[in-house]
Design a protein around this ligand. Sequence first.
Ligand code: PLP
Length: 375
Amino acid sequence: MNTSAWLYFDSSKLRDNVGRLQRLCRRRGVELAAVVKAGCGWSEIARAALEGGCGMLADSRLDNLARIQQSGIRAPSMLLRLPAPSQAEAVVRLCDISLNSELESIRALNAAAQRLGRRHRVLLMVELGDRREGILPDRLPALIEALQPLQAIEVAGIGTNLGCLGGIRTTVDKLSELVGLARRVERLLGHELEYVSGGNSGSLPLLLEGRLPAGINHLRIGFSMLLGRDPYTDEPLPGLHTDVFALEAELIEVQTKHSLPDGEVVLDAFGQVPHFEDRGERRRGILSLGRLDTDLATLRPLDDGIGMIGASSDHLVVDLGPDLRYRVGDRLRFAPGYGALVQAMLSPYVEKCLDSPFQAADITSSMAVSSVASP
Ligand SMILES: *Cc1c(COP(=O)(O)O)cnc(C)c1O
């Protein structure tokens, strides 16, 4: 591959993170589903999560789950995104359990499961304020009733998702409401629910503070497992690695230029009017990385002296600060946030490197990457 940008994945650090989260959850009677969707189907990420002790994989895309399974990994799997009715058969084949809020979709799953001679388990999503997926609490009884005749469907639990679209915080009140609803659903069904799934990484702070309401027995964690950070503050969470991933690119230009553009300002390559601070003449670098490969807003240089200036499709421009050591051909390393990670994972131009020793940021020689696996 003729690449000059690399995404490094340290599987032992992910195993550690999963192990720590798994122990924290188990202590509180909570089962953990490792959300691997940011890995875009790279099976090594799923493998590390399982080796870390997690018993369930969760992903939002069927194609990711299919690729993980094609690599030989067998583990209970959960589909996070609501199934499209047209995909019902694939959902039943590929997933043990799916998140649902639409009767029509569950009917399609039932029909597909009957054709395949299987049963399919569903987790009913309840909308508690984030205004993304889920039915309103007062519609649960009617849905439960409508599901009764579906022979191949088993209601395995209820769940909620917060902090995604509406940016709503996961609180004790919201999760207590979910537990109350679970008890109501159990009375309607006449049996206990296996899962009361209390959300995503946004629930971890409550778990860590020992304030997760009793009755929540399942969490779906991606962000904090992969990045080791608190989703609200972006601060490192105690005992978790924040450097499971690193993104590296090569300097293809290092020159001193004025920090302000010269000429009539119209629009940048993405239709925005750019704004720059006048910092006089600066030593600037251009990296072999661009918006096609990553997300600038969530990319952090590991060298504090380096400042982000901007990026177009294929060029990332940085301020190299007063340090004169960086030269063309050097590699700079960055900590990717969630958006930067997903984008780099998706970019065919970024080489994915499994467990390669990380390079020092100022090494000039191009190191042969020892163990390379493309997702
Ligand atoms: C992505 C997702 C999660 C995981 O969220 P993180 O913030 O990455 O922990 C959980 N549940 C659903 C429904 C999701 O789509």
